[in-house]
Design a protein around this ligand. Structure first.
Ligand SMILES: [Zn+2]
Length: 108
């Protein structure tokens, strides 16, 4: 089985390139590898109408929906723009992602 290469992970600040929230940045909350999607804080928020159940009141709940992996890029705080990362392997074999432009590490 082939391991899917995912360029982002939880805790990253990502830039959204398309959709109603394009050009927004947000913190990546969750990666759903099976669906090739990510949940980004404050991005692609959808309203869910919940029906009252038992003693739980119904109402409108706002929740982030999946954004496709191909629609997010890593955001470099140093460059202040979305960038591509390059993978660098450290002496101990650990892989880190570095900003292609300024060399800043995304994996501190
Ligand atoms: Zn950079």
């Amino acid at each position: 089985m082939q391991t899917k290469k995912i360029h982002v992970k939880r805790g990253d600040i990502v830039f959204v390139t398309t959709g109603k929230d394009r050009n927004k940045t947000g913190k990546l909350l969750k990666v759903d590898a099976g669906k090739n999607g990510v949940i980004v804080e404050g991005v692609n928020v959808v309203k869910r109408h919940n029906r009252a159940r038992g003693n739980q009141p119904g109402g409108i709940v706002e929740k982030e929906a999946l954004v496709h992996l191909s629609n997010v890029m890593l955001f470099c705080a140093k460059c202040q723009k979305p960038v591509r990362a390059k993978i660098s392997v450290l002496e101990d074999g650990k892989k880190v992602r570095l900003c292609k432009k300024c060399g800043e590490s995304f994996d501190n």
